[in-house]
Ligand binder design. Structure first.
Ligand code: ZN
Length: 144
């Protein structure tokens, strides 16, 4: 692992350089003070989504969901549980596809819930359908 890791603040979008040895001790955004590994899974707008998936130096798993989607809501606590289990090796966030419908055509999303894992500025893998925390965690670990 490099000495510093570039991470986008999922609250304000600010790029941060976090010393690798501080990843475990609750690093915070230099601009807004939000934790870089929040207890709650961050909801991203498209600006922060695009920046984080392109520039983050830790793997980023995004849950594409919508309010009307029952399985999405069922999976939310499982996703949050997996996020806590895997930090600080990767970060988890979510995007509401109902609020940002253009994302579905841009990323060719045909059904939700859909998880997309990004690393080193590109898409690494997709996992579709509602999954328990252990499956989500296993999916990410497989690509670390
Ligand atoms: Zn911030």
């Amino acid at each position: 692992m490099p000495e510093t890791v570039v991470l986008t603040c999922l609250a304000c979008g600010q790029g941060n350089r976090v010393p690798a040895e501080k990843l475990n001790s609750g690093p915070k955004c230099a601009k807004c003070g939000a934790p870089m590994f929040a207890a709650n899974v961050a909801e991203l707008d498209l600006k922060v989504h695009d920046k984080a998936r392109r520039t983050d130096q830790l793997p980023l798993l995004i849950d594409y969901w919508a309010e009307w989607c029952g399985p999405c809501k069922m999976m939310a606590p499982e996703f949050a549980k997996a996020a806590q289990a895997i930090k600080p090796r990767a970060r988890f966030a979510k995007v509401n596809t109902e609020q940002y419908p253009e994302i579905s055509s841009r990323l060719n999303i045909r059904g939700i819930p859909l998880l997309i894992l990004y690393a080193n500025g590109r898409e690494v893998a997709r996992l579709s359908g509602a999954r328990p925390a252990a499956d989500i965690e296993g999916f990410v670990r497989q690509h670390l």
